[in-house]
Design a binder for this molecule. Structure first.
Ligand code: MN
Length: 435
């Protein structure tokens, strides 16, 4: 199913939920991201859709819909998005269309007001039962920056421009935005240390990433053509691949990330449908002259023409002292997902290219989305040159890596003239002391 622009993208459509029409609103009627929420403490979680500062209980609205949209809405009486995601892109699209009409001024069903819950009073939980988590390494700028620290003579490994490389992460430690994260402990060894010691990580970092969830699954042994790979993507979120750089640096050879990464991953609560981002598709990353063309199984004309996504990603830091003093979080970086070397379709196609089955609810991270400029780097490792160039915080502190009490906040949005801004909401967490 090729996504084309339709009435759900109409910039002129407005909602009878007034807050959704405010300029710059994260969740206008053109967005309609899905999440899971409890309307009040103690009530069972259910699927909702964000509209302005409200959440619509989707299953409660099902009687207002017909056909495939009604069937899709009924799967939303559940504590996770998986049943809806498993139905595939046609069903999700039918539900999106029905929700867009029902919440609009022109065709709206104002009786749905009784199924709206103010976002501020709801408890928003992890939206998906995540079976597996894989994290890619799709920014050539990030790969080159990190490679330069480790191998100044040959920063980029020779496979990089052929293989969308990734590692298998840990699904059990994925947490929703707002959940505090305990500083990990592990083996770490400084250059001046004769031997490693075990203790709290001294070099805790974030990685600013886009995440995607698999909707329609694939069978073990089957491959996924790159031309249809995007159809397996239900939607996108913000993802923080927390990284203990000292633990990672000591343990990663020869098998790659393990305990330096798997202690926690934070995701934003709202899943922005692939269809909502259709107006913000851009050409795939322009490979510099001399780079190899993708191998045929990763090469598709339509994907090259519009497989990129112009999503802006930002990371902010607020120390405990800043928060107590009422100082706004400091923006550390602003980057664009259009900077990544591989498209999301190429990541999905490559993941299944050996017959590995992708299942509904699998989470795939893009890898750190660093851009080419100093102001568009997606980790402190890069922003502070491995800690050698600390960042000055308002209020007099400075940071090489993340300290206890720091809050890291990601924001993301897609915008272009003539279209309402599609927001991702926030992905935030405070770091607690180890132990
Ligand atoms: Mn990562």
């Amino acid at each position: 199913m090729t996504i084309s622009l339709n009435e759900t993208h109409d910039p002129a459509r407005r909602s009878f939920v007034d807050s959704a029409n405010a300029p710059g609103c994260e969740f206008p009627i053109q967005n309609l991201p899905f999440g899971v929420f409890r309307p009040a403490a103690g009530e069972p979680p259910r699927v909702g859709v964000a509209i302005g500062d409200q959440i619509l209980d989707v299953a409660a609205a099902a009687p207002s819909f017909n056909g495939p949209a009604a069937a899709a809405a009924k799967t939303c009486a559940a504590p996770a998005l998986n049943r809806l995601m498993a139905l595939g892109p046609e069903a999700a699209s039918a539900l999106r269309l029905a929700l867009s009409r029902a919440l609009s001024v022109e065709h709206g069903d104002e009786s749905l007001r009784r199924h709206l819950v103010p976002m501020a009073q709801a408890e928003i939980v992890l939206p998906v039962a995540i079976g597996d988590f894989t994290d890619f390494y799709a920014s050539v700028f990030h790969a080159t920056n990190v490679g330069r620290m480790l191998r100044p003579e040959s920063p980029l490994m020779p496979n990089y421009k052929y293989v969308p490389v990734a590692y298998h992460g840990r699904a059990s430690s994925v947490r929703v935005s707002g959940t505090p994260i305990k500083r990990p402990q592990g083996q770490r060894k400084r250059a001046e240390d004769a031997a490693p010691s075990y203790g709290p990580s001294r070099n805790l970092d974030f990685e600013l990433e886009l995440g995607l969830y698999i909707g329609a699954p694939s069978e073990l042994g089957d491959t996924i053509p790159v031309g249809t790979a995007a159809e397996h993507i239900f939607g996108f979120c913000l993802l923080n691949d927390w990284s203990a750089r000292d633990v990672q640096g000591w343990e990663y050879q020869p098998l790659g990330p393990f305990l330096g990464k798997n202690f926690a991953t934070t995701v934003s609560p709202w899943v922005v449908m692939r269809e909502a981002l259709a107006p913000f598709r851009v050409p795939a990353f322009a490979r510099p002259q001399g780079d190899p063309a993708p191998l045929p199984y990763l090469d598709d004309a339509a994907d090259q023409a519009q497989g990129g996504l112009a999503v802006t990603l930002e990371a902010y830091l607020a120390s405990e002292k800043m928060r107590r003093a009422g100082i706004a979080p400091l923006r550390l970086t602003q980057t664009s997902f259009a900077n990544v070397y591989w498209t999301v379709a190429q990541m999905v196609a490559h993941h299944a290219s050996n017959g590995c089955n992708l299942l509904t609810g699998d989470l795939i991270g893009s890898g750190t989305v660093s851009g080419p400029e100093k102001t568009s780097l997606g980790s402190l490792l890069e922003l502070t040159a491995r800690g050698r160039e600390p960042i000055a915080l308002p209020g007099g502190q400075q940071r090489a890596f993340i300290e206890d009490g720091d809050e890291i906040i990601f924001r993301g949005f897609a915008e272009k003239p003539g279209y309402p801004r599609i927001g991702f909401g926030e992905c935030r967490a405070v770091i607690l002391p180890a132990g």
